[in-house]
Design a protein around this ligand. Sequence first.
Ligand code: MRU
Length: 355
Amino acid sequence: MRTVTWQASGPAVQLIDQRALPAELKTLALTTVEDVAEAIRDMAVRGAPAIGAAAAFGLALAGQTSTAASSEGLWEELQSSAGRLRLSRPTAANLGWALDRVLQAGRQRLPEGPAAVRAAVLAEAQRIADEDVQVNRAIGRYGAELLHDGATVIHHCNTGALATVDYGTALGVIRTAHEQGKRIHVLVDETRPRLQGTRLTAWELQQLGIPFEIITDGAAGHFLRRGDVAAVLVGADRVAGNGDVANKIGTYMLALAALDCQVPFYCAVPISTIDTRLASGAAIPIEERDASEVLELELSGLPIAPPGARARNPAFDVTPARLVTAWITERGVLRPPFAKSLATALEGSPPWASS
Ligand code: MRU
């Protein structure tokens, strides 16, 4: 079951509602662009590639439900819908990347009339979703080569099938290694405050039969120091051209501890997450979410802080490129200097293009 799909009969964007997991596996059928934007904002769908696919289908929804009789009218509506979707979450590069791709596909067909534009927009959104699964499988194949039989790895946040259209990036690497028969043990960072590790990664690993234990975020350093850990694996929300990685809050401290303990720190990242327009991580917009996520027990609304306590809640941090051992991409494992290795990797065609 894919995390994000197009439902032609609605038309609707169908999503697994990640807020309900692990208690309940339920889906949402969203029939307006505003519903899709709200689902992204409220993290019913989350994880950079899943956000990108949801936004792409959201734009397709705008096209399919528009009553515009001319290409120009439809184009205006698409642009305004893309603007609304773009504002839903700031950090994930895939959001803007997917919207730009869909808009570009529509723009090319403007002279042919609104029906051609609608069809092109939907086809591009579907292509983004399908490609994401292929990209993740390629990341999984390249990354699995870095994990030996019997390895214990630390994983942060959720980068699995739920964070993508299907399969996963960093968790996809673990999944491929497991499918290859390697015995991999995962220490799952709980990932305060939204607990994506405890709620989502643990749920996915359980479904897949991959052994794991949940640890508090602060315990990661302890296990690294003891020499129990072969690698740290994380995903990314946006990577700057120099290799700085914005990912779930806590990633930077994990990378520092990994370096101190000489444990490789791998970032599994689709090329679509790399924003070469940004010179460094300092230019990456960091989302600050509501303080209630810190002050209350996750999603339950139960207070855990004294009344009146204030909190800060940055959702992401930036890990400097110098702490990253390698990026695991669909074009291979790229090592520093990242700008150079990325340029070389982008020279060839994607591994699946010949098939
Ligand atoms: O706030 P979230 O849950 O959307 O954050 C997700 C992450 O930080 C992931 O590591 C990242 O998006 C990569 S998912 C393949």
